[in-house]
Design a protein around this ligand. Structure first.
Ligand SMILES: NC(=O)c1ccc[n+]([C@@H]2O[C@H](COP(=O)([O-])OP(=O)(O)OC[C@H]3O[C@@H](n4cnc5c(N)ncnc54)[C@H](O)[C@@H]3O)[C@@H](O)[C@H]2O)c1
Length: 338
């Protein structure tokens, strides 16, 4: 039996999800693509042979011929649409972040708990990346000894719009790092401090965060949305007995004119192509079996990321080291995943 999917959002990520389901996975059929902009939805429908287009996400979620939903519309739509999916008992792969408001994340958790099973798999796909997986395995095997520090760099060519702010770097870009670091280390954060250097122009400057974990480790995260040279994600985990750093997949290097040259991708899709594919494959298994994928992010992880983001925005504003105080983790989520 094919899983019948509705995709909401036909922008960069919605198109990429459609491509992965249409070209790289089997036993799945994209029944409808929905976007506020009909022309965008039609373009993706034509590209991947999707029969139906829609401009109304709620009606897509309610359709009886849809088994599962992918939400790839803007951040502010994620929590309300996830709630609609839970109400209609449709498993949903929701792009990150679940919400930028921790209260909205609590609403989603409460709805899932009331429904008696998880429905929301979050798009924190770095958990499915081979390099981060090897980092976690090295830690679990004891090769690195006790973890002390983790350095993280997240660089984009340029911001998607001139209105992008330092606060948005924390609430929109950094949640990937907030999530994958707490996943690798298996611990929550205690506090966050945020710093910004001064640029010579008007675009948003890098945001540098220092977080302390509940196990007294230090985590630094650089988000540089205007790095100009390429998409570049790096991380190094330093333990008492060794350290492990990520390698980005590289398929070729050019040697010519006394130089050795490799190239950067313009965005995240190439660097994390395998992770997106593994994530979407896990989502199809979740839809088919009802068993939540062991390593995927769920609503609690979305809540934890939102709490760090909220504290980070306060820390950026008032320049102080800001405490992160999570609510008690519901047993419902302690039983899920890792
Ligand atoms: N997992 C990742 O690595 C990753 C990477 C980039 C973006 N994202 C997330 O994915 C989401 C989409 O990002 P994007 O880069 O594709 O943005 P985008 O602007 O390219 O696409 C968003 C699309 O949603 C449509 N839209 C807006 N409101 C809508 C609504 N109410 N109902 C239906 N469609 C609506 C827009 O018309 C647009 O086509 C964002 O939440 C973003 O944070 C995740």
């Amino acid at each position: 039996m094919s899983v019948r999917i509705g995709i909401i959002g036909a922008g960069i990520m919605g198109t990429d999800h459609a491509r992965i389901f249409a070209e790289r996975l089997s036993n799945v059929e994209i029944r409808v693509i929905c976007d506020a902009d009909t022309a965008r939805a039609k373009k993706v429908a034509d590209q991947f042979g999707i029969i139906d287009v829609s401009t109304d996400p709620e009606s897509v979620i309610q359709r009886s011929d849809i088994d599962a939903v992918v939400i790839a519309s803007p951040d502010s739509t994620h929590a309300p649409l996830s709630l609609a999916c839970i109400q209609h008992r449709k498993p949903v792969l929701c792009e990150k972040p679940l919400s930028q408001s921790s209260n909205q994340c609590i609403d989603v958790m409460n709805a899932e708990i009331a429904a008696g099973r998880p429905f929301v798999q979050l798009g924190f796909m770095r958990r499915f990346d081979q390099a981060y997986a090897e980092m976690k395995t090295a830690l679990q095997n004891g090769v690195l000894g006790r973890p002390l520090m983790m350095h993280n760099f997240h660089r984009n060519v340029e911001t998607p719009s001139a209105e992008f702010t330092g606060a948005m770097a924390i609430t929109n870009s950094a949640p990937h790092e907030f999530d994958v670091v707490r996943y690798v280390l298996g611990v929550e954060y205690r506090s966050i401090s945020v710093f910004q250097p001064k640029r010579s122009d008007a675009v948003v400057a890098p945001v540098m965060m220092v977080l302390e974990t509940e196990d007294d480790q230090l985590v630094n995260i650089e988000i540089n949305n205007n790095a100009s040279y390429g998409y570049d994600v790096r991380a190094e985990l330093i333990g008492e007995a060794g350290s492990l750093s990520l390698n980005a997949p590289l398929y070729s290097a050019l040697d010519a004119k006394l130089t050795h040259r490799t190239e950067y991708a313009a965005d995240w899709r190439a660097r994390f192509a395998e992770a997106y594919w593994r994530q979407n494959r896990a989502f199809l298994q979740f839809v088919t079996t009802g068993t939540f994928p062991e390593i995927a992010s769920h609503s609690w992880d979305g809540y934890a990321a939102a709490m760090v983001g909220e504290a980070g925005v306060r820390a950026l504003k008032d320049g102080s080291r800001t405490a992160i105080r999570l609510i008690e983790k519901p047993l419902f989520y302690s039983k899920l995943g890792v």
